[in-house]
Design a protein around this ligand. Structure first.
Ligand SMILES: *Cc1c(COP(=O)(O)O)cnc(C)c1O
Length: 467
């Protein structure tokens, strides 16, 4: 058959659309998109026939139109299973939210709320009030402000309090925390003048004192920034917050602490190094403390500034605060998250803390259950010792002992790649010649989907995986 004859065998757009399967697609995706998909597929097939391919059957054409629609309309932002053991994984959306936080978002989303309406007075209210009072109660701060994220909070505070003036910071703290947040760049963008103090590994009290004396009244702030995801080891010195505060006070200069992760609970209680806590910085006299909502706080993406009213309140009226303001869904989730801390139930209700504090026994039990499930499907798997990490720029180099499900496979790269394309996508790690899965970061409600996808993928991609 010639190409021209083959082309004539192709159905028209209308005839293909008349297929009952595509009538279903029309009902699901709408007439316009289904017609477009049908046209596109027929166009592709025409090109293929001209290139020497045979004419596909009617059923094959329908299947292609359906696949085209699915592919083009599938949401690109999808839930994934995090089996990496990195609790606060920025690439995977950082903190999963508690049930109460999710319910609060749903309630705020489905209708109207008193977001900026004072129900007692019957007049305009303040959107940030809902979380600010809670933040003050929890941290002991006089005032609080919530914005879109911590990068925004730092930018706002520097611009609002130090634009056109000097800000002292230790050379050891001029860090890049990833995702384009570099302390010197943020400082430049805020309009503040960076005054470097000390050296990369050692900065002493006298280094600050010397710069304060030299720069005089041009210094607006002393900034301390958490190193976040890196650690200086060996011959190092940094000045503690209370000493910085005393130095600042002698020169009338407030101290701002960008603590990044924003722990309200003591990581030391969970077998980890002590991570700086918001309450401690405030107690040591920091005028302002900035931190993220979705790192160790375990809430939605947000930037939180707490501290003395004299410094925080002017920031609320700053034009940047309006540009960086948090939306109602964020505020709803944040309020519910903070409530867990107030009720003393954060370690059991906030997913990030539940994962950090998960007992090794429980992890081991889950890993062995997974192993047994795979064995029943004829797949070789072991349970081995491993390490989880907290992530989110907190506790660099720190790990938590864990138990891993390990699959010894001939091509670990191929398996992790196939798992990423699963439904749901699964993100796992490679250790040696094994693909490993850490139960710590897998939500219990995702376990069944993880195991089903794992079994399907293994059986599909390689029969060598069988015992
Ligand atoms: C993570 C982090 C930031 C940025 O916070 P986002 O909420 O991601 O904008 C700023 N400073 C430090 C020290 C951090 O760890």
């Amino acid at each position: 058959m010639t190409n021209a004859e083959q082309l004539r065998l192709l159905p028209s757009v209308d005839r293909l659309l008349g297929d009952p399967a595509l009538e279903d697609s029309t009902a699901r995706y709408g007439h316009h998109l289904t017609v477009t998909a049908t046209r596109e597929v027929l166009e592709q097939v025409r090109e293929e026939i001209k290139g020497g391919q045979p004419t596909p059957s009617h059923t094959a054409l329908v299947t292609r139109v359906e696949a085209y629609l699915r592919q083009h309309l599938a949401p690109t932002l999808r839930p994934v299973v995090n089996a990496t053991g990195v609790v606060i994984h920025t690439n995977l959306g950082r903190a999963p939210l508690s049930a109460a936080a999710r319910a609060a978002m749903e309630a705020a989303a489905r209708g109207y709320s008193n977001l900026e309406y004072d129900l007692d007075a019957g007049q305009r209210g303040q959107r940030t009030l809902h979380t600010e009072r809670l933040l003050c109660k929890l941290t002991g701060a006089e005032s609080a402000l919530v914005v879109n994220n911590n990068a925004g909070a730092v930018m706002l505070a520097l611009n609002g309090l130090a634009a056109g003036r000097g800000v002292l910071i230790s050379r050891g703290q001029l860090v890049e925390i990833g995702g384009g947040f570099r302390v010197p760049d943020v400082m430049a963008q805020s309009g503040a003048r960076l005054i470097e103090v000390g050296t990369t590994n050692r900065t002493h009290r006298q280094d600050y004192a010397r710069e304060l004396a030299r720069e005089g009244s041009d210094v607006a702030l002393i900034l301390r920034a958490h190193h976040s995801n890196f650690r200086i080891v060996g011959f190092t010195t940094e000045v503690e917050m209370d000493e910085l505060v005393a130095l600042g006070q002698a020169h009338g200069v407030p101290v701002m602490d960008d603590i990044g992760s924003g722990a309200l609970l003591d990581t030391g209680a969970f077998g980890l190094t002590h991570e700086p806590m918001v309450q401690e910085s405030l107690k040591a006299g920091a005028a302002l403390v900035c931190f993220s909502g979705d790192k160790l706080l375990g809430g939605p993406q947000a930037g939180i500034i707490v501290g003395q009213a004299a410094f925080v309140d002017p920031l609320k009226r700053h034009p940047l605060a309006r540009a960086l303001r948090a939306d109602k869904l964020c505020l709803a989730a944040l309020q519910a998250t903070l409530m867990h801390y107030l009720k003393g139930e954060a370690a059991t209700q906030v997913p990030v803390w539940r994962m950090v504090s998960m007992a090794l026994d429980e992890i081991d039990r889950r890993a062995r259950r997974w192993r047994d499930r795979l064995r029943r499907a004829g797949i070789a798997a072991q349970v081995i010792d491993g390490r989880s990490t907290v992530g989110g720029g907190s506790l660099p180099g720190e790990t938590l002992p864990t138990r891993l499900l390990a699959l010894p496979v001939p091509a670990p790269d191929a398996l992790v790649a196939a798992l990423r394309l699963g439904d749901p996508p699964i993100v796992a790690r490679i250790e040696g010649d094994c693909v490993v899965f850490d139960p710590r970061t897998v939500l219990p409600e995702d376990e069944a989907a993880l195991l089903d996808t794992l079994v399907d993928t293994l059986l599909r991609i390689d029969t060598n995986f069988h015992e």
